[in-house]
Design a protein around this ligand. Structure first.
Ligand SMILES: O=P(O)(O)OC[C@H]1O[C@@H](O)[C@H](O)[C@@H](O)[C@@H]1O
Length: 249
């Protein structure tokens, strides 16, 4: 564990607000592959330069709501498309159409590979139960409930704020703090007693933008420095490293 902010690491906590993809389940990888399939083909068809690379995922897509990611990455290549409607079919050349095309890739890859939660994340969830910490999911993904179900975790969290719930409430997505604040509100716990747990720069920034008790970065490839620069108070590579913070065994 790397502690960037020792004072804040002492804050009293009552709840953990977990991102899902890349924090509880390894599905950030599924999103990453689906985005690569979409944009490698789309940029080639448009002759857009430079071609799509992994760095684009971490800079423009990781952690953000689906259509925000499409818009931000296209803008980086100077491409502007009409927004379209959220229900646009995948073949339509709109922000929503491209996002929904990516979702077809996502669902196919998810179906092929299935989902198993990270063992260290399951161990932390078990410790949360043992030491009576509340646990919520805060994910930009509209597939959040589907992924939880596939991982056998559908009933494991007191509160789930996913991309569908956020859009029903009209909440801006990460890096805005609103979806995390909503989860604290639904748990009935002051945000200052909640820890945000995130693997994406946009998600850590969302945590740092709210008055949360602690912002925990999970380094699944983004890098410790980038997570600390975005506002992480501490960084782990596996959630089991957090168990000693909850109480004595
Ligand atoms: O397209 P979905 O399932 O609504 O997901 C939105 C985003 O959810 C985030 O959790 C992922 O990090 C992003 O890569 C993804 O694009």
């Amino acid at each position: 564990m790397f502690v960037a902010n020792p004072e804040r690491a002492q804050n009293q906590l009552r709840a953990f607000l977990f991102d899902l993809d890349g924090v509880i389940t390894p599905t950030a990888e599924v999103h990453r592959r689906a985005w690569a399939a979409l944009f490698t083909a789309e940029f080639a068809a448009r002759g857009a330069a430079p071609e799509y690379t992994e760095a684009d995922y971490f800079t423009y897509l990781d952690g953000k709501p689906r259509f925000d990611g499409v818009r931000d990455l296209l803008a980086s290549r100077g491409i502007t498309l009409p927004e379209g409607e959220p229900t646009d079919p995948p073949e339509r050349e709109t922000i929503a159409g491209l996002g929904n095309r990516k979702n077809e890739h996502f669902l196919r890859i998810l179906e092929e590979g299935g989902v198993e939660a990270y063992p260290g994340s399951l161990a932390l969830l078990e410790a949360c139960r043992r030491f009576e910490f509340e646990a919520a999911i805060v994910t930009s993904s509209r597939n959040g409930k589907r992924v939880l179900l596939a991982a056998g975790l559908a009933d494991r969290f007191e509160v789930v704020v996913d991309g569908i719930h956020a859009s029903e409430l009209g909440l801006p997505g990460k890096p805005a703090p609103d979806t995390y604040l909503q989860a604290a509100h639904e748990l009935g716990i002051p945000s200052s007693e909640c820890a945000v747990v995130e693997d994406a720069v946009s998600g850590v920034a969302a945590g740092a933008a709210g008055d949360f008790g602690l912002v925990i970065g999970v380094d699944r490839g983004v890098g410790q420095d980038a997570l600390v620069a975005a506002g992480a108070d501490l960084v782990v590579t596996d959630l089991a490293e957090l168990i000693p913070m909850l109480g004595a065994e």
